[in-house]
Design a protein around this ligand. Structure first.
Ligand code: TEU
Ligand code: CA
Length: 573
C-alpha cells in the first residue's frame, strides 16, 4: 500500500497528491449481459484503473432509483439499485480498492430525492403530517404555481402534490422533489446516512448541486428571462441567505471526523467567497472548476451559447486559478457526465488529433488542483452520434431541444445545438474493444455505442504508437512523482505568454524550493515561435522533437511541452 500522510497534518491532506477518475456506472462495463454497466464490471477493471494512475474513484449514483435522471433521483439512500448489483458487490468494491491503495468517493445527492422515496410518498399521503415538513409545500397563486421560477430541466419549479391543492418545489425534474433543509430532522437524517457510508469505508463524496440546498424562502418572482415569463431557478441563488449553517453541519458531524475528501459541484460562486467554500477552513476539500465549461454561456438556454473561443476559454481557466490562489484547491475537469467529450468540444473541428487531445490532457492535469478524469477520456472518446431528437435519452437535452424550437430555431439548428451540448455525448458506453458493442456488453446496450468504436477503443489504443492512454499514464505519473510534488501538487500557478493569441502556457512554481515548470502549448495550426532563452529540460513532449533556434522555441500544431526550467535543469538539445 502506498504511504499515506497522517490525517492530522492539515498542511498536506491525504487527497492532495491524488488523481481522481469518474465512473458513470451505467455505461462503464456490463458483467451480466443485461446491457447495463454494473459494480462487478467496475470490479473487473480496477487493475486497469490502477495501472493508469488513478487513486480515487468517484461513482455517479448507484443507489436505488427510478432512473428518471439516470440515478440522480434516489429512492433509497442506503441501498444499491439491483441493476448495478448488490451491497455485497459494493463491499467488495470498497475492499478491493483498499487492497490496491485506492479510495472510493460516492455521489451525494441530497438537494432532492426521488418522488418514489418513502418520504415523498408519505408526504403525499399526509401533507399536514411530519413528512410534509420534509419538502417545500406551498399553496398556489391565482390558480397557478406559487411563483415564476423555471426548473433546470424546464417547466415550472412547482407541481401539484397529488391529491392536494398544495404545490411542491423541485429545482430539477418534477420527479426530483427538493428536500427541506430548514427542517432539522432532514439534516439529522442526511448526516446519519453520510456517516453510515463513511463508516462503511467510503472515503468521501462528490456533492451534487450542493449550492441548491438553501432557498430564498420568500419565494418571490424573479425577472423573466424566457418568452413564457419564467425565470431560471438558478437566478435566485445569489439572493439566498447564508448556506453556511447547513454545510458546516455536514462538515462538523460527518466529513471532519472521518477525514473525508469532498468535492463540491458548485457553479459560479463569487470569487470573494471561494475560501469560504474551498479553503482549509472551507466547507469542502475542493471545488470543481466549471468556469471554462460554461465560458460560452450567453443566456439561459443552450441555443443562446456562443461558439467556442480559445481566448475566452483560456482566460476562464486563468481566472479560476487566480481566484483560487494558493488557498483553495480546485478539482479540474475536461469532462464529466453532464458535459460533452473534450476533443469534440474544446478543439476546433478537424483538430481532434493525437496532438490536440494530448495537449488538452496536459493543460488540464497540470493545473493547480486535483485532476479528475472521466471514463473514456483516457482514450480520447468523442461525442456520440445522434441522427434525430429521438436518439437523445437525457431529459435535459430533450428540454433544450424543445426550447430551441419554441424560440423559432429550425429542427436542424436545434439538433446542431443538442449534438454539441447534449449530456448524452458523455454517456455512450465505454469502448473497450473493436468487437461487438465495443466489448461493453454481451447483450444489447441500454444506450447505443458510438459507431467510431471499431477504431477507437482501449485495445486499439494500447497497441497504437500514439496511444492517448499511454500519454495520460506518463502525465499522471509526472503529477504524482514525489520529486515534483512541491511544484506540480502544492506549487503556485502563474499564466505565461498571455499576450500570444494561440499560446496556452503557465508556470508552476515550488514554494519552498523555488523550482519551476513551464507548461507550454501551441493551441493552433502551423508553427508558433515563442521567445525563450532560459536553460531547460524537457519532461514531456507530445511531438518527437522540440525546435529551439535563435532564442526561440518553435512549436508545431498543438504541440505541448512540459519544461523544467532554471539553472541546473539544462540539457543538451
Ligand atoms: O447537476 C447539477 C446541475 O446544475 C446541472 O443541471 C448542470 O447545470 C447541467 O447538467 C449542465 O449541463 C447535477 C448532476 O451532475 C446532474 O447529472 C443531475 O441531473 C443534476 O445534478 C440533478 O441531480
Ligand atoms: Ca449489468
Amino acid at each position: 500500500m502506498p504511504e499515506e500522510r497522517g490525517a492530522g497534518q492539515a498542511s498536506s491532506p491525504w487527497w492532495q497528491n491524488k488523481i481522481a477518475y469518474q465512473i458513470y456506472p451505467k455505461s462503464f462495463l456490463d458483467s451480466n449481459g443485461d446491457g447495463i454497466g454494473d459494480l462487478p464490471g467496475i470490479l473487473s477493471k480496477l487493475d486497469y484503473l490502477k495501472d493508469l494512475g488513478v487513486d480515487i474513484l468517484w461513482l455517479s449514483p448507484v443507489y436505488p432509483s427510478p432512473m428518471v435522471d439516470q440515478g440522480y433521483d434516489i429512492s433509497d439512500y442506503y441501498g444499491v439499485d439491483p441493476c448495478f448489483g448488490s451491497m455485497e458487490d459494493m463491499d467488495a468494491l470498497i475492499r478491493e480498492l483498499k487492497r490496491r491503495g485506492m479510495r472510493l468517493v460516492m455521489d451525494l445527492v441530497v438537494s432532492h430525492c426521488s418522488d418514489q422515496h418513502p418520504w415523498f410518498q408519505e408526504a403525499i399521503r399526509d401533507p399536514a403530517g411530519k413528512y410534509g415538513q420534509y419538502f417545500y409545500l406551498k399553496p398556489g397563486r391565482n390558480g397557478g404555481p406559487p411563483n415564476n421560477w423555471r426548473a433546470e430541466f424546464g417547466g415550472s419549479c412547482w407541481d401539484r402534490l397529488p391529491g392536494s391543492d398544495l404545490y411542491y418545489f423541485h429545482t430539477f425534474a418534477k420527479e426530483q422533489p427538493d428536500l427541506n433543509w430548514e427542517n432539522p430532522e432532514i439534516r439529522r437524517n442526511i448526516c446519519g446516512m453520510v456517516n453510515w457510508w463513511l463508516d462503511k469505508g467510503v472515503s468521501g463524496f462528490r456533492l451534487d448541486a450542493i449550492i441548491n440546498l438553501k432557498k430564498d424562502l420568500t419565494f418571490r418572482d424573479g425577472p423573466a428571462d424566457s418568452p413564457d415569463g419564467t425565470c431560471a431557478v438558478a437566478k435566485m441563488l445569489p439572493q439566498t441567505p447564508e448556506i453556511g449553517a447547513f454545510l458546516n453541519q455536514l462538515k462538523r458531524e460527518c466529513f471532519l471526523p472521518h477525514d473525508a475528501f469532498t468535492v463540491g459541484e458548485v457553479f459560479s460562486i463569487a470569487p470573494g467567497r471561494m475560501t469560504e467554500f474551498g479553503g482549509p477552513e472551507g466547507y469542502f476539500s475542493t471545488l470543481f472548476d466549471f468556469g471554462h465549461c460554461v465560458a460560452d454561456r450567453s443566456g439561459a438556454y443552450w441555443y443562446q451559447y456562443k461558439p467556442f473561443d480559445f481566448q475566452t476559454w483560456r482566460d476562464a481557466i486563468f481566472q479560476s486559478q487566480e481566484n483560487a490562489g494558493n488557498f483553495v484547491f480546485l478539482s479540474n475537469i475536461l469532462e464529466n457526465h453532464d458535459q460533452p467529450r473534450s476533443p469534440s468540444f474544446f478543439l476546433p473541428e478537424g483538430d481532434d488529433s493525437y496532438e490536440g487531445i494530448t495537449a488538452l490532457a496536459a493543460l488540464s492535469v497540470l493545473l493547480r488542483g486535483i485532476p479528475f478524469l472521466y471514463q473514456g477520456q483516457e482514450i480520447g472518446m468523442r461525442n456520440g452520434s445522434f441522427r434525430t431528437a429521438e436518439d437523445f435519452e437525457d431529459l435535459s437535452t430533450r428540454d433544450q431541444y424543445r426550447a430551441a424550437l419554441s424560440a423559432g430555431r429550425t429542427e436542424a439548428e436545434a439538433m446542431a445545438v443538442c449534438r454539441r451540448r447534449s449530456r448524452d455525448n458523455a454517456r455512450t458506453p465505454m469502448q473497450w474493444t473493436g468487437g461487438k458493442h465495443a466489448g461493453f456488453t454481451s447483450g444489447t446496450p441500454w444506450f447505443p455505442v458510438n459507431p467510431n468504436y471499431r477504431k477507437l477503443n482501449v485495445e486499439a489504443d494500447a497497441v497504437s504508437k500514439r496511444s492517448v492512454r499511454g500519454w495520460y499514464k506518463r502525465l499522471l505519473a509526472l503529477r504524482k512523482d514525489p520529486k515534483w510534488e512541491d511544484v506540480l501538487v502544492r506549487g503556485g500557478f502563474r499564466p505565461a505568454f498571455r499576450e500570444e493569441p494561440e499560446i496556452f502556457a503557465y508556470w508552476r512554481t515550488g514554494e519552498s524550493s523555488g523550482r519551476r515548470v513551464l507548461v507550454l502549448c501551441h493551441y493552433g495550426r502551423g508553427t508558433a515561435s515563442v521567445p525563450f532563452a532560459e536553460p531547460f529540460r524537457v519532461l514531456l513532449n507530445n511531438c518527437d522533437h522540440l525546435e529551439c533556434r535563435e532564442g526561440c522555441l518553435r512549436l508545431r500544431t498543438y504541440q505541448i511541452v512540459v519544461l523544467a526550467c532554471g539553472a541546473g535543469e539544462e540539457e543538451a538539445l
